[in-house]
Write a protein that binds this ligand. Structure first.
Ligand SMILES: [Zn+2]
Length: 186
């Protein structure tokens, strides 16, 4: 049984052990040795603790998360904004980073603000999960929860210039003068 698991893990890792038959034949031996060589291990054909760990870690790493189903974190959402910038700032403690997707209309308007001001805009908070929202003192029904708000600043412009450009795009604006950023929402 154990040898079958090893053979399966080898096959998943791309090292063909031949039939998954639980028999330690020459193909399985070859696959183990090649795997060991590729992973900087002594190619003795024996699955000791080091080989076991490498083999089954590799197995976990090879487990597909099916990227086609998930928008990539670093996907470019608009010419100047990457999805990564809007990720929940709980750093994965309470959510997977995107409890909601960013509102496309908000993104379109934010991109317009960038193009009108022709200056970089730094996002300090995009989407937030409920726990993180509470942690940072957000209001319970914050627009951040549904990806419809963004906190940001433009390093080369005042918060008032940023706010005015955002208002021109029909965005709701709260200026946090002392903290030097604007809350924009749709
Ligand atoms: Zn979160």
């Amino acid at each position: 049984m154990y040898l079958k698991l090893i053979q399966e893990a080898l096959e998943k890792a791309g090292y063909s052990p031949g039939a998954i038959d639980g028999i330690d034949g020459p193909l399985t031996q070859n696959a183990i040795k090649t795997f060991q060589t590729d992973h900087g291990l002594e190619p003795d054909g024996l699955v000791g603790p080091l080989t076991h760990t490498a083999l089954f870690q590799n197995d976990i790493a090879a487990e597909p998360e099916n990227p086609a189903d998930m928008p990539l974190d670093d996907q470019q959402l608009t010419p100047h904004f990457n999805r990564q910038a809007f990720k929940c700032c709980c750093e994965g403690r309470y959510c997977n980073g995107f409890p909601a997707e960013m509102n496309p209309e908000l993104l379109r308007r934010l991109e317009n603000v960038h193009q009108v001001l022709d200056t970089p805009i730094i996002v300090t908070s995009g989407v937030r999960c409920p726990i993180r929202n509470e942690e940072v003192g957000g209001i319970p029904n914050s627009r951040h929860l549904v990806g419809a708000a963004v906190d940001c600043y433009a390093p080369d412009r005042s918060v008032h210039e940023l706010a005015a450009a955002a208002e021109d795009q029909g965005l709701g604006v709260i200026i946090y003068e002392n903290q030097g950023f604007c809350h924009l929402e749709i």
